[in-house]
Design a protein around this ligand. Sequence first.
Ligand SMILES: [Ca+2]
Ligand SMILES: [Ca+2]
Length: 134
Amino acid sequence: MRTNLMRQLRRTVATGAAIAALGGIGMVGAGSASAATHKNGVVEVGELGLYYLSNYGTPVFDLYVSNSDFSNDYFPGTTIRADNNTESDWNRDTYTWWVCTGYSYGGSCGYISPGGYGNLSSTYKNTVSSAYFS
Ligand SMILES: [Ca+2]
Ligand SMILES: [Ca+2]
């Protein structure tokens, strides 16, 4: 499993490349310097989105790095807890993400392939408490 530090380095490299590419066509704007922003309620490239409701019903808990414990997390901009409270997913990353029913990647774990999305199966619906990419 890759570490979150490696992940941060990867993000830095990717951001630089994106800025260079945009610079060539004159589209560098105020927003272009920020890549995927962890836990801002928007599922961006490089993130896993876990939705409060089935069929991608918002709010959505968006993760860019692994999170071993959802118990201190809320859906961004809300007071709704993310722990044991998600029903559908979208993996907008190039890595495989695993969701687990226990903290620290314990319990049952199931994977979501890069680009994968769907409603969580009965095992994972409203039971996910941690998630990691690998
Ligand atoms: Ca985001
Ligand atoms: Ca957490």
